[in-house]
Design a protein around this ligand. Structure first.
Ligand SMILES: NC(=O)c1ccc[n+]([C@@H]2O[C@H](COP(=O)([O-])OP(=O)(O)OC[C@H]3O[C@@H](n4cnc5c(N)ncnc54)[C@H](O)[C@@H]3O)[C@@H](O)[C@H]2O)c1
Length: 401
């Protein structure tokens, strides 16, 4: 098997940076490449530009050891790993330009026996597309090993899960799967399951679509519960006592840059056969719009009863509990929707300091000042707030689950 020692990793974000740091600390000579000069500078100074528990100490040791360097441009290596963004456009079609730009940028440095890995969540066929792009550019891809190896880490636990999670290794040829799996086995403790690139791509998209569909079911139940005046948390707790039922937790929508995005890749590639996945995506988006509308209806009721505008504390802006990540966050979207409709909102997010350039007030002050408390994210801080005498709208199960 090939003995690889030099890695060039493209994209130093939430996935690429921890991976680069892990590889450097395992003795690989790693060049991390990013098109953002600020990212390159901070990595070279051993400073974190993302929030991830435990990563800062590992980053410092990787940089201090001399094994991790960052640059704006790639250079020769044994292994190239692509971990760049794959967002969707406004019409939900996937953007693969970053992946193909990254692939193009390594062309001058490729040589025989190099391993090229795509870790970016990608529409089915993207990794074969990389192979075609290289081959069309005159690279002899028969002499390379090309594979798709998706990431399934959970932000907040990345350093642990990078090592412990099982991986799917999808080569564009069987020998590429073998070579890529052997490479991963040098730094992971989970199993490396070999497959082909298209199956690996679809597996990643299926995992996140599975989560989205199941959350949509829970969110739909919460709407039904609202109609009938039933507590959704109690209902789900009871239904889950069935030995073969495990309903997930409803919330104010689905956020983050994975579950709310990746199912669209499947829908876009075969709309006719992805009706359930599309409907789930739309139901989860609808839940956010429904929450926003419910808040405004309650504010109007307050105004009619009290002859003054309600002060609304929107509790939580992040896309899930106990993190500071606002990307694709339904709580943020709901809060902004209510603000933009002219209501008096006190935004609360214990994990960040500023919102729209203004310092945020603490959650205890907000609760004291508000007439309506809207629980959007089940942050640990909210479990002991005193809401007595206030109207509370609980959309995330604080103190219920
Ligand atoms: N963050 C997660 O939890 C997670 C989990 C699983 C999979 N993924 C997938 O991993 C991929 C990367 O996600 P992320 O969260 O790390 O993104 P990110 O936005 O945090 O980081 C990506 C980095 O890539 C850089 N970049 C863009 N184009 C480049 C290029 N041509 N060359 C070099 N660098 C380039 C950007 O400047 C950015 O710093 C995406 O496909 C995402 O869907 C993310």
């Amino acid at each position: 098997m090939h003995k690889y020692s030099k890695v060039c990793l493209l994209g130093l974000g939430y996935i690429g940076l921890p991976t680069a740091v892990l590889l450097a600390n395992r003795g690989y000579e790693v060049l991390g490449v990013d098109i953002n000069p600020d990212v390159v500078d901070s990595v070279n100074q051993g400073k974190l530009h993302i929030v991830e528990p435990g990563l800062d100490a590992f980053l410092r040791s990787a940089v201090n050891s001399g094994n991790l360097k960052a640059s704006l441009t790639p250079s020769e290596a044994d292994v190239f790993i692509i971990a760049v963004p794959t967002p969707t456009k406004d019409d939900h079609s996937p953007v693969t330009d970053y992946v193909f730009d990254a692939a193009k940028s390594i062309i001058p440095f490729l040589k025989k026996d190099n391993l090229v890995i795509n870790e970016s969540t990608s529409p089915i066929g993207t990794t074969e597309g990389i192979e075609k792009l290289l081959s069309d550019s005159g690279v002899n891809t028969e002499e390379l090993f090309i594979a798709y190896c998706p990431e399934r880490v959970l932000p907040g636990k990345i350093m642990l899960e990078l090592v412990e999670n099982d991986r799917i290794i999808g080569g564009t040829r069987p020998d590429s799967s073998e070579v890529a799996a052997a490479f991963y086995k040098t730094f992971i403790e989970g199993e490396a399951f070999k497959s082909d690139s298209k199956t690996a791509e679809m597996a990643k998209l299926s995992e996140n679509s599975y989560r989205d569909v199941n959350i949509a079911f829970a969110n739909e139940l919460s709407l039904l519960c609202n109609t009938f005046g039933i507590n959704p948390w109690e209902l789900i707790k009871l239904a889950n006592r069935h030995p073969r039922v495990n309903i997930l937790t409803p919330g104010c929508g689905v956020g983050g840059h994975c579950i709310a995005v990746d199912p669209w890749f499947l829908v876009h590639s075969d709309p006719e056969n992805s009706v359930l996945i599309r409907t789930a995506r739309e139901r989860n988006d609808y839940k956010s719009a429904w929450v926003a509308q419910s808040i405004m209806t309650e504010a109007e009721k307050f105004k009619a009863d009290n002859g003054k505008e309600a002060k609304i504390a929107c509790m939580g802006l992040a896309f899930k509990p106990n993190i500071d990540d606002l990307r694709e966050s339904p709580a943020l979207e709901i809060t902004e929707m209510v603000i933009d409709k002219g209501y008096e909102v006190i935004p609360v997010e214990p994990n960040i300091e500023k919102f729209r350039g203004e310092p945020l007030v603490g959650y205890e002050t907000a609760v004291k000042e508000a007439d309506i408390i809207v629980l959007l994210v089940n942050h640990k801080e909210f479990s002991d707030i005193d809401t007595s005498g206030k109207k509370v709208l609980n959309f995330c199960g604080v103190n219920q689950i």
